[in-house]
Design a protein. Sequence first.
Length: 255
Amino acid sequence: MTISEQKTVKFIITRQDGLDDIPYEQEFEIPYRPNMNVISALMEIRRNPVDARGNKTTPVAWDMNCLEEVCGACSMVINGKPRQSCTALIDKLEQPIRLQPMKTFQVVRDLQVDRSRMFDALKRVKAWVPLDGTYDLGPGPRIPEKKRQWAYELSKCMTCGVCLESCPNVNSNSNFIGPAPLSQVRLFNAHPTGEMHKGERLETIMGDGGLANCGNSQNCVQSCPKGIPLTTSIAALNRDTTIQAFRNFFGSDQV
């Protein structure tokens, strides 16, 4: 029987009332509408927070913003796969639909998680282009078209956290910064202005929690919703850090 014939959509949602509370599962059943996505279903539950047994409950908490797979805020685990809930169409999901928070990050409430771990890693590797002052610096240096094309692919990262969730080496027992921050190192090292901190970024990922913690499982590149070549970046960074290690050893920038 198809979803449209069932006329309802069934959800099993992992909920958690607070940071230190024990998670539990709660079932919901809502009327089916054509072209629904997971976000619209959650909105329906929020509008009428009654579980499948008819018991009144609290609205489910989750994060969202752009609703067009750009901001990365609505990441969650849907039927066992980390992905964006705004582009998860109900018609393409097997019922009952299971919604869980990403386990890599600390759960704030229900499906809401704190992605500070990822943002702190971006700060650690200085994932930005440094500017001197707020005045007009004039046009920036031109980037060769060939480099611009692959750099643009890396710039599509929306810090959704899906690659960290799918990586077996990113967990509570590891301080591995994860695929997304590593890829951003390659992006900003390739920028003519950002390159001024290239050595510092490479030194950072050569240390604890950096490249050496990557197990090359390939899960990140398979799960990335933007199709970013994360493993290609990691391979390129392995080469760059090897060169940096020789420079450190010989004390010269001419290696």
